[in-house]
Design a protein around this ligand. Structure first.
Ligand code: IMP
Ligand code: MG
Length: 173
């Protein structure tokens, strides 16, 4: 498997992040939102989005993983790492991709338990087949149901640093 077909270019990503930044700036005007990045996939999206908003925001991260290779394992790890104070906060979960929704529904539930006043979700990508009833408030791009890498997204830890989003493809023989 190797990164192949270009799905979203660096220019397209940058333009969309700037747009989302403007929308979020309007939405959170007067609030001090807490951006919660889901590591490691949200690494670049979180960093770029934070700098695209004109807000008095805060940022923290949580580390979760439900994937092995290109398959979702259905298991969430790392939620206990959320030691920050979320009580009464307006939290914006920032994630790389909404696939089955397992990751996000787990995080949302945990934030509610921890007393967050408001929880919203912003993802860079959404695959066409969302299986769980999670409301995603802002989506960068809707993509076909293919395994993608780049701009934070990995295949077994590799290719996160690619500047574009590419589809993983079987290597030509
Ligand atoms: P979900 O819990 O099934 O929604 O999966 C969400 C997480 O799985 C994402 O935050 C990613 O880290 C990872 N993931 C899902 N699809 C892809 C993909 O196509 N490429 C890389 N990572 C993915
Ligand atoms: Mg992720």
């Amino acid at each position: 498997m190797t990164p192949g077909r270009l799905l979203i270019s660096q220019t397209q990503i940058q333009a969309r992040v700037r747009q989302l930044g403007r929308v979020l700036t309007k939405h959170y005007r007067g609030e001090r939102p807490l951006f919660l990045g889901v590591m490691n996939g949200a690494l670049f999206f979180l960093a770029d989005l934070l700098r695209a908003v004109d807000l008095d925001s805060e940022v923290t991260c949580v580390r979760l993983a439900s994937y092995t290779g290109t398959e979702s394992t259905g298991k969430l790890r790392g939620l206990e790492a959320m030691g920050d104070s979320f009580k009464g906060r307006h939290v914006l979960i920032v994630d790389d991709i909404f696939d089955t929704g397992l990751t996000l529904s787990g995080v949302i539930q945990r934030l509610r338990e921890l007393g967050a006043a408001d929880v919203k979700v912003c993802v860079l990508l959404q695959k066409k087949k969302g299986q769980m009833p999670v409301k995603v408030d802002w989506i960068g791009f809707k993509i076909p149901d293919e395994f993608v890498v780049g701009y934070g997204l990995d295949y077994n830890g590799r290719y996160r640093g690619l500047k574009q989003i590419r589809v993983m493809e079987k290597q030509a023989v």
